[in-house]
Design a binder for this molecule. Structure first.
Ligand SMILES: *Cc1c(COP(=O)(O)O)cnc(C)c1O
Length: 352
């Protein structure tokens, strides 16, 4: 199978022809000299935050580039990966004409972003093991299909997609294949980052919101070919990552042992929860997870959800999603929180 990928025919015409807004801070290079900044109508009195942030986040991209083994030109930063996903829609999908493909049960934002951008969202359900059905997917795409969204590890099922199947989609589809790796840091499986050179139609998103413990600063990352990133750069808001977020992100990306210890601990806790959930009489199935949450099928999800809520514990009821009948999603918390959860679940079990 060979796709006929061509970036020029994929991008919207108005975006290809666009000259981007040029912000004050982009029009010169200081080359390390001390400059007097009278170009951006800022307050000149220094307080650490009186200047506009770097629109290209050079320091942060350099740190990410070293950590992830990709070129800075292959990196786009967004106000959460949700912004990166939205920019992809705006660059490649013609409202009212084009379509995208998503694979439920999966992250709800793909569908919502499609609707906001007036793009048809075609759906091909995962199989019963939550794996992509490749022949059905390739049969569903047409000349107007611009993107396929693969979430791996997948939210809410927690599993990673088979590398063979992902490869078949990358090879067989001529549009963009977006692999959402929000939970990759909890997985033992390889990231797709090292395949960027091999597949010019590959886009990968990651985030600092989950394993990095920085959901509050809203920093997401898109990785793709330099050509794709250049197109997205043209349409992103000039100052989309604020100064405080850039600083916090830089510190996290430069690495710290606390984070690595937290991740190790969360993986141990995930194993503890998997076992404990599996032992409960009202739990019918526990899905194996490569992420920091566990999907479990119970006898009566709305009832168990309500009982947990009454005991002060909030989980996510995913029952309305296909293949997730009576399924609750449990985020892995601290050892203390998980202990408390299991204690309450056992109490509920006794009341059966
Ligand atoms: C949580 C999550 C994200 C994160 O989005 P941000 O905007 O970066 O916080 C992205 N994709 C999936 C599948 C998620 O579950």
């Amino acid at each position: 199978m060979k796709n006929n990928f061509s970036l020029n025919s994929l991008v919207r015409k108005n975006i290809a022809e666009l000259s981007p807004y040029s912000s004050a801070r982009q029009e010169f290079t200081s080359e390390g000299r001390a400059m007097i900044y009278l170009d951006a109508n800022e307050n000149p009195y220094g307080n650490g935050l009186n200047r506009y942030p770097d629109p290209q986040q050079k320091e942060l991209k350099k740190a990410l580039s070293i950590r992830k083994g990709v070129q800075p030109e292959q990196i786009l930063l967004g106000n959460g990966s949700d912004e990166v996903l939205d920019l992809l829609f705006r660059a490649f999908c013609e409202p009212g004409i084009d379509n995208i493909l998503s694979l439920p049960p999966t992250y709800g934002m793909y569908k919502v972003l499609a609707r906001i951008n007036n793009i048809e969202d075609r759906e091909v359900l995962l199989d019963i093991n939550f794996q992509p059905r490749v022949p059905e997917i390739l049969r569903m795409v047409d000349a107007k299909t611009k993107m396929i969204f693969l979430c791996s590890p997948n939210n809410p099922s927690g599993n990673s997609f088979s590398a063979k199947r992902v490869e078949a989609i990358l090879k067989g589809f001529g549009g963009l294949v977006v692999i959402d790796e929000a939970y990759i840091d909890f997985s033992e499986k390889e990231s797709w980052l090292q395949s960027l050179e091999e597949y010019p139609n590959l886009v990968i998103t990651q985030t600092l919101s989950k394993a990095y413990g920085l959901a509050g600063i809203r920093v997401g990352i898109g990785y793709a070919s330099g050509e794709i990133i250049a197109l997205l750069n043209k349409i992103k808001p000039p100052y989309n990552i604020n100064e405080l977020s850039q600083r916090a992100a830089l510190e996290a990306v430069q690495g710290n042992e606390i984070l690595e210890k937290q991740i190790r601990e969360l993986l141990e806790q995930r194993a503890f929860l998997e076992t404990a959930l599996g032992e409960l009489a009202f739990v019918e199935k526990v899905s194996p997870s490569d992420a920091n949450f566990i999907l479990a099928r119970v006898d009566d999800a709305p009832r168990r959800y309500k009982e947990l809520l009454e005991h002060g514990i909030v989980v996510r009821d995913r029952s309305s999603q296909p293949l997730c009948e009576n399924s609750l999603r449990f985020t892995v918390g601290t050892q203390e929180e998980n202990g408390k959860l299991v204690e309450i679940l056992r109490k509920i079990e006794k009341e059966l």
